[in-house]
Write a protein that binds this ligand. Structure first.
Ligand code: ATP
Length: 684
C-alpha cells in the first residue's frame, strides 16, 4: 500500500516527513529569502572590495573649487585610498551649491560630505599644498598696500587661514578582507549545498543533501505517541491476529521465551491479496507492543545510484538497533526480495541483488539484532528469494486471505463506526452482497456510500447509498451520456439476459443479483452475481461458469443470427478458465493429471515452454473443445427457454435494470438453492 505522510488512522510519522505541507512551504520560502540575502550581501561586499561610505563622490574640479573658497572644514585621508571632505556649517547654510547635502540628512555623516578618490596619496598631498599655496598668494596679494608691502602679521594670518589640514584614518577591514578572500569559496560551497538539496528533493528524500542519499528513508513512528492502531481496529483475520499477537508478546516479554532456550523470531512475513489488511496488522502490532515502528516500502531502497539500496538497509538496521526493541516493517518486499537470477545474462538487477544480499546479511548475519523484529508484507510470496524465506529470517509466514462473510461483516462494523447511518442498514445483507471484496474495498464502500449520500443532501446514509457504492466499485461509474442506438441496446439486453438465464438455470451457475444495461466504466452492460464462497472447485462448477460466460454470445447468435464484439471480456475469461482447467488443474482427459503451473513465477522469464510441441497442440485443442462444448450447451439451454429469454430481455430493455426477483418471476425459483440450504443445515 502506498504510504502517505499521514496515514488513514491519523498516525503521524516522526522525522522530516511529518511536516505540515503548508508550514513546509512557508519555511521553504523563508529559506530561499535568507539565501538570497546572504548571496546579495556576500556579492555586495565582494564586488565593493571593502569600500564603504554612502557620501557623494566628486572630481578634482569640484574639490578644487571647494578648496579655493575655503569651504572645507577638514579633509581626512582614509586608508591611503580616498579622502573624505567635511564642509563647514556656515558654507552649507549660505552656499546654494551645497543644497543637495542639506536637503536630506542635515548632520554630517561619519564619512564626510564628499568623497574624493585619488590615485596616489603623495601626489594628492602635493595638489592640496599647491591649492593652499595659490590661496595664500591670492590673499597676500589682496592684503598688500600701495607700496606692495604686507605686514608679517598679515602674512602669518593668511598662511594660517589657507593652511589645509590633512588627517589620516585607517578603517578596520578585517571582516571585509576575510569575506573578500573567502567569499567566492563560501559562495561555491553554498551553491553545492543548494544543488544537493534540489537533487535530494528530486529523489524524494528529506533534507540533508546528496550526501544523505544512502540513509534509510524509513518513517519512524514512536510507539508511545503516534501509533494509535490496535487489534480492535483489525476486523476478522482471527488466525492472522493470533499469530501476530505472539510477536507482541515476544517484544513485551522476551525473557519468557529466551529462558527456555528459545530464540525470538527475526521476521514475520504477511502474505495475501492487496487490501486485506497486512499493513494494518503490522501497525496494530506496533501499536499494541508500544514500541517504535520503522515503516518503509521495498521500492524505497532502490535508487538510481548503485550501492544506495545496500547502504539504506544497513542504515535502517543501525537506526532500529539503537531503538530496540522495535519493529521494522517493509511493505511490498517483493520490490527488493525477488528471487536472484541464476544466469550471468544481465547485470541489470545487480543493484537489487546487492540490496537483497544486504537484507539477508542484516537479518541473519554475524551481527545480532536483538529486539528488532522485521515484518514484511507482499502479495507475491511465490516470487521471493528462497533464502529470504528460510527459517532464521522470515521464520513465520502469515497468510492474510480475503475476508469471508463473517469477517466482511466485522470489517463493515469497524468502518461504519464513524458514519451516520439510516435505519434501513442491514450489515448481514451488505456482507452477502460483497463476496470477493477485500478490507480496503469495504472501507472504500463505506466511504463511497457516505459521499453518495452527501451528494444527494441526505442527513443519513441509507441502504441504497451502500448498494450504489458497491455497484460503482464493481462496475465503475455510470455513463448515461454514452450514446447507444436502440439496436445496440437490444443486443446488449439479450446478451446480458443470456448470461443471467443460463447461470440461473445451471446447477453451479452463480445466482444473479442485478443486471444493468446502463454503460458503466468501459462496459456497455454489467451483471452482478453472487458467487458461492468455496475453498475448492470441481470440474463441473468451473464448466458451468464457462458456460454462463459464453451464454451472452450464444444468445446473440440465436436471437439475431449474428455475433458482436461485446463478448470480448467474456471470451477472455472463459479462455483463461479453460486453459487453467487443462494446463494447470489437470482436468482434461487428454492431457491427464499434469500441471504446468509454476508457483515460483520463474517461468515468466523463460522463452521456452515446459511441454513439447505435441502437448502444446493438445492443450490448444482441449481448450477449444471445452469452450465449444460450453457454447453449444449454452445455446441448447437458451433455445430450450427462448420465450423466457425474450421476456427477460424485454424487461431489461424497458427498465434498463433487473434484479434477482425479476429472473425468479420469469424462470421460477432455483431448486438447488433450497437444497443447498438444506445441505448446509445437514452439515451443521
Ligand atoms: P497492499 O497489499 O495493497 O499493501 P494491505 O494488505 O497492506 O494492502 P492495508 O493497507 O492494510 O492493506 O489495508 C488498507 C485499508 O483497508 C486499511 O487502512 C483499512 O482501512 C482497510 N482494511 C483492510 N483490512 C481490514 C480489516 N481486516 N479490518 C479493518 N479494516 C481493514
Amino acid at each position: 500500500m502506498a504510504q502517505d505522510n499521514q496515514d488513514n488512522k491519523g498516525n503521524k510519522p516522526q522525522g522530516n516527513n511529518n511536516k505540515n505541507n503548508g508550514k513546509k512551504k512557508g519555511s521553504d520560502w523563508m529559506m530561499y529569502i535568507l539565501y538570497a540575502i546572504i548571496i546579495i550581501s556576500l556579492g555586495g561586499v565582494w564586488l565593493g572590495g571593502g569600500n564603504s561610505g554612502s557620501n557623494k563622490e566628486i572630481n578634482w574640479t569640484r574639490l578644487d573649487e571647494i578648496l579655493r573658497r575655503g569651504d572645507q572644514e577638514k579633509i581626512v585621508v582614509v586608508d591611503r585610498d580616498h579622502a573624505e571632505i567635511y564642509i563647514k556649517q556656515e558654507a552649507l547654510k549660505s552656499d546654494t551649491s551645497y543644497k543637495d547635502l542639506t536637503k536630506g540628512t542635515k548632520k554630517i555623516t561619519e564619512s564626510g560630505h564628499y568623497t574624493y578618490k585619488f590615485v596616489d596619496v603623495e601626489s594628492f598631498k602635493k595638489d592640496i599644498d599647491m591649492v593652499a599655496q595659490q590661496n595664500f598668494e591670492r590673499d597676500t596679494a589682496s592684503l598688500s598696500d600701495s607700496n606692495g608691502y604686507v605686514s608679517t602679521e598679515a602674512i602669518n594670518k593668511a598662511r594660517r587661514d589657507n593652511h589645509i589640514e590633512l588627517t589620516a584614518k585607517e578603517n578596520d577591514h578585517t571582516w571585509e578582507k576575510v569575506l573578500y578572500w573567502f567569499g567566492p569559496i563560501l559562495m561555491l560551497v553554498f551553491f553545492f549545498f543548494i544543488m544537493s538539496r534540489i537533487a535530494n528533493r528530486q529523489m524524494g528524500g528529506g533534507g540533508g543533501g546528496i550526501f544523505n542519499v544512502g540513509k534509510s528513508k524509513a518513517k519512524m513512528y514512536d510507539g508511545k505517541t503516534s501509533i494509535n492502531v490496535s487489534f480492535k481496529d483489525v476486523a476478522g483475520l482471527a488466525g492472522a491476529k493470533e499469530e501476530v499477537m505472539e510477536v507482541v508478546d515476544f517484544l513485551k516479554n522476551p525473557k519468557k521465551y529466551t529462558a527456555l532456550g528459545g530464540k525470538i523470531p527475526k521476521g514475520v512475513l504477511l502474505v495475501g491479496p492487496p487490501g486485506t489488511g497486512k499493513t494494518l496488522l503490522a501497525k496494530a502490532v506496533a501499536g499494541e507492543a508500544s514500541v517504535p515502528f520503522f515503516s518503509m516500502s521495498g521500492s524505497d531502497f532502490v535508487e538510481m545510484f548503485v550501492g544506495v539500496g545496500a547502504s539504506r538497509v544497513r542504515d535502517l538496521f543501525e537506526e532500529a538497533k539503537k531503538k530496540a526493541p522495535c519493529i521494522i516493517f517493509i511493505d511490498e518486499i517483493d520490490a527488493v526480495g525477488r528471487a536472484r537470477s541464476r544466469g550471468g545474462m544481465s547485470n541489470a538487477n545487480d543493484e537489487r541483488e546487492n540490496t537483497l544480499n544486504q537484507l539477508l546479511t542484516e537479518m541473519d548475519g554475524f551481527g545480532t539484532n536483538n529486539g528488532v523484529i522485521v515484518m514484511a508484507a507482499t502479495n507475491r510470496a511465490d516470487i521471493l528469494d528462497k533464502a529470504l524465506l528460510r527459517a532464521g529470517r522470515f521464520d513465520r509466514q502469515i497468510y492474510v486471505e480475503l475476508p469471508d462473510i463473517d469477517e466482511r461483516k466485522a470489517i463493515f462494523e469497524v468502518h461504519m463506526k464513524g458514519l451516520k447511518l439510516g435505519n434501513d442498514i442491514d450489515i448481514d445483507f451488505l456482507s452477502k452482497q460483497t463476496p470477493g471484496f477485500s478490507g480496503a474495498d469495504i472501507a472504500n464502500v463505506c466511504n463511497e456510500a457516505a459521499l453518495c449520500a452527501a451528494r444527494k443532501n441526505k442527513s443519513t446514509i441509507e441502504k441504497q447509498d451502500f448498494l450504489d457504492a458497491i455497484d460503482r466499485i464493481i462496475g465503475g461509474l455510470e455513463k448515461r451520456s454514452k450514446v447507444i442506438t436502440p439496436e445496440e441496446k437490444r443486443t446488449i439486453a439479450y446478451h446480458e439476459s443470456g448470461h443471467a438465464s443460463v447461470s440461473w438455470l445451471l446447477r453451479w451457475g452463480n445466482p444473479l443479483v442485478k443486471v444493468t444495461i446502463v454503460p458503466r466504466g468501459k462496459a456497455l452492460g454489467a451483471a452482478w452475481y453472487l458467487p458461492e464462497e468455496r475453498q475448492i472447485t470441481t470440474f463441473e462448477q468451473m464448466f458451468d461458469e464457462i458456460t454462463s460466460l459464453v451464454a451472452g454470445r450464444a444468445a446473440e447468435e440465436i436471437v439475431f443470427g449474428q455475433i458482436s464484439t461485446g463478448a470480448l471480456n467474456d471470451l477472455e475469461r472463459a479462455t483463461k478458465m479453460a486453459f487453467s482447467l487443462v494446463a494447470y488443474y489437470g482436468m482434461s482427459p487428454k492431457i491427464g493429471n499434469i500441471s504446468y503451473y509454476d508457483s515460483t513465477g520463474q517461468s515468466d522469464w523463460n522463452f521456452t515452454k515446459p511441454f513439447s510441441e505435441q502437448t502444446n497442440e493438445d492443450i490448444d485443442k482441449e481448450v477449444k473443445r471445452m469452450i465449444e462444448e460450453a457454447y453449444n450447451r449454452a445455446k441448447e439451454i437458451i433455445t430450450g427457454s427462448r420465450e423466457k429469454l425474450d421476456q427477460l430481455a424485454q424487461v431489461l430493455f424497458d427498465r434498463e435494470v433487473i434484479f434477482r426477483d425479476d429472473v425468479e418471476n420469469i424462470y421460477g425459483p432455483r431448486p438447488w438453492d433450497e437444497k443447498t440450504e438444506q445441505e448446509k443445515s445437514d452439515i451443521q
